[in-house]
Ligand binder design. Structure first.
Ligand SMILES: NC(=O)c1ccc[n+]([C@@H]2O[C@H](COP(=O)([O-])OP(=O)(O)OC[C@H]3O[C@@H](n4cnc5c(N)ncnc54)[C@H](O)[C@@H]3O)[C@@H](O)[C@H]2O)c1
Length: 389
């Protein structure tokens, strides 16, 4: 079978798990990895590490490593620069979520990407591949629910402890990360929101900074959304609740679809709600309702595996990606709109003013406790390091 030679930049939590995936998938050949911190290579299982080329210098990695494609898995602020550098070296690129920290940076990345129409550019929105999310999308797009009226997403099961926030010095600071629950945990749900429902035209939100943890950024958000077609929505996110909830409720003309606890249930109405409301001669009675448990199946390769597998297929055969990098700007803008609204205590219209957001973030960065350490070039040559394990 034909294989795509993959290299990964950033061998942290997620990058090291991508090592395992790229090693296991039938259409990828992991050949090289890069991390500014040589200790990161210890995360790779020894027998795998021995076969890989290890780099601590990104420029050298992109110029010399035997790779066709790169996965960028470093902290968010560096996503645009590293993805652009990869494209400049002629590499296909898969960027971790979020594709950037704010809209203006995403626009810079996408403008650069236009110069390389032949390269495949993907974004790691792995949750799109889950069977339930695929089914919800199919039911909305297929018209099964009828016109959508109101949505409600409570996504508070991203619990993170203080220990988690303290585990990476870049985390949960304006300077190191650039945001909190909207930028780190919720990009998946924000991407699903825009994939299912499109983009809202107005957002009004509250965003609480360090309410539930000793952190600089937002760890609780309550947002109200309005869409051009009359759809309204609520989005509630937190990283500090036990137990948390993941409940997506879609109220539509044909009934209510709920995804919660891994189950999808549709309470289907015999008649469309507004037609029934207009024409019935009863004041309180409801039309007949059917309770339907919706089954769905998971793909053979799940979540991140499927995103990487489809990335390699797209490179080899031109087939569609799970998510294009270009689409990543929408989830980012939605999160930026919520934070802008919450911190400026005003209703925000979309598309948002990218400069207003970046100016706000610049001010927040000035107050940030975090100071990035200068990158210390490893005294150990990466290939020497590999021999020592
Ligand atoms: N899709 C998902 O499910 C998922 C899950 C977790 C993390 N992520 C994303 O992956 C990214 C990384 O998160 P993480 O939790 O793995 O972080 P991490 O801190 O565990 O790892 C980051 C690694 O990148 C290295 N690094 C930092 N800057 C670098 C640079 N300029 N060049 C090369 N290496 C560099 C660090 O040394 C570290 O080893 C984040 O953007 C995060 O949002 C996605």
């Amino acid at each position: 079978m034909e294989k795509v030679r993959i290299g990964i930049i950033g061998i942290g939590n997620i990058g090291s798990s991508h090592v395992v995936r790229c090693n296991a998938l039938p259409n990828t050949d992991l050949t090289a990895v890069c991390d500014v911190d040589p200790d990161a290579f210890k995360r790779i299982e020894e027998s795998v590490r021995k076969r890989l080329q290890l780099y601590t210098d990104v420029e050298k990695f992109l110029s010399e490593a035997p790779i066709d494609a790169v996965i960028v898995a470093v902290p968010h602020y560096d996503h645009p620069d590293l993805a652009i550098a990869a494209m400049e070296h002629g590499k296909h690129v898969m960027v971790e979520k979020p594709i950037a920290v704010h809209k203006a940076e995403a626009e810079r990345l996408l403008a650069a990407a236009k110069k390389y129409p032949k390269l495949i550019k993907g974004a790691m929105f792995n949750q799109r591949t889950s069977g339930a999310h695929q089914k919800i999308k199919q039911m909305i797009d297929g018209g099964e629910l009828g016109k959508l009226k109101r949505i409600n997403w409570i996504i508070t099961d991203w619990f993170r402890s203080q220990h988690y926030y303290d585990s990476g010095d870049w985390r949960a600071s304006w300077r190191g990360e650039g945001g909190g629950v909207l930028l780190n945990q919720c990009p998946h749900q924000l991407d699903l929101m825009q994939w299912f429902f499109g983009m809202p035209v107005k957002v009004r939100a509250t965003a609480k900074l360090g309410k539930l943890h000793d952190i600089e950024v937002e760890d609780e958000v309550n947002a109200y959304l309005e869409y051009e077609n009359g759809l309204t929505g609520n989005f509630i996110a937190s990283t500090g609740e036990i137990p948390g909830t993941n409940r997506l409720e879609i109220m539509a003309e044909r009934g209510r679809l709920v995804y919660e606890d891994g189950k999808l249930q549709f309470i289907r109405s015999e008649r469309e709600c507004s037609e029934y409301s207009k024409n019935t001669d009863k004041s309180f009675d409801l039309p007949d309702l059917w309770k339907c448990d919706i089954s769905f199946s998971e793909p053979e390769f799940q979540q991140h595996y499927e995103v990487i597998r489809r990335f390699a297929e797209a490179i080899l055969h031109g087939t569609p990606l799970v998510a294009n990098m270009e689409e990543g700007i929408r989830a980012l803008e939605l999160g930026n709109a919520m934070l802008l609204s919450g911190l400026k205590e005003k209703t925000v219209e979309l598309p948002i003013d990218a400069k207003e957001y970046s100016d706000m973030l610049t001010e927040l960065v000035k107050t940030s406790r975090y100071h990035k350490k200068p990158v210390v070039k490893s005294v150990v040559d990466a290939s020497e390091f590999a021999k020592s394990y």
